[in-house]
Write a protein of this length. Sequence first.
Length: 124
Amino acid sequence: MDKESFVLIRKKMNRTQKQLAELLGVSLKAIHSYEQGWRKIPLHIERQLWFLIYQKKKQDGVTSEPCWERKSCEMKDECSAYEFKCGDMCWFVCGTKCKCTRDVDVREKMQVCRKCKILKALLK
Ligand code: SF4
Ligand code: SF4
């Protein structure tokens, strides 16, 4: 995750840096470092942040069609996202069968999902 997306999500969540530090269980200094680009944002922090903004949107009544419908997916029957019915959280689960997320580890998968409209929609 880049620092711009990090800041954008914090602002969408109406959190100060201090409040977000508490929410993510990290120091205020770490938040400063992520936002200034001095420190790379760890994968577990990024995933937590995406999860929180996803939940916030859901609470605000923002819903979306599942990925298999939005992407006219032909692989859904083999896919973990479909099995667990998390078509708007497919970026969170591994074992997805989108061409680009197949047989990759969680770090590589996140790189792919960051460019996908399903995940990007959370920033709108
Ligand atoms: S995550 Fe990808 S492969 Fe799986 S159901 Fe969604 S669009 Fe299809
Ligand atoms: S690339 Fe990622 S976010 Fe996009 S549909 Fe596949 S699993 Fe979901």
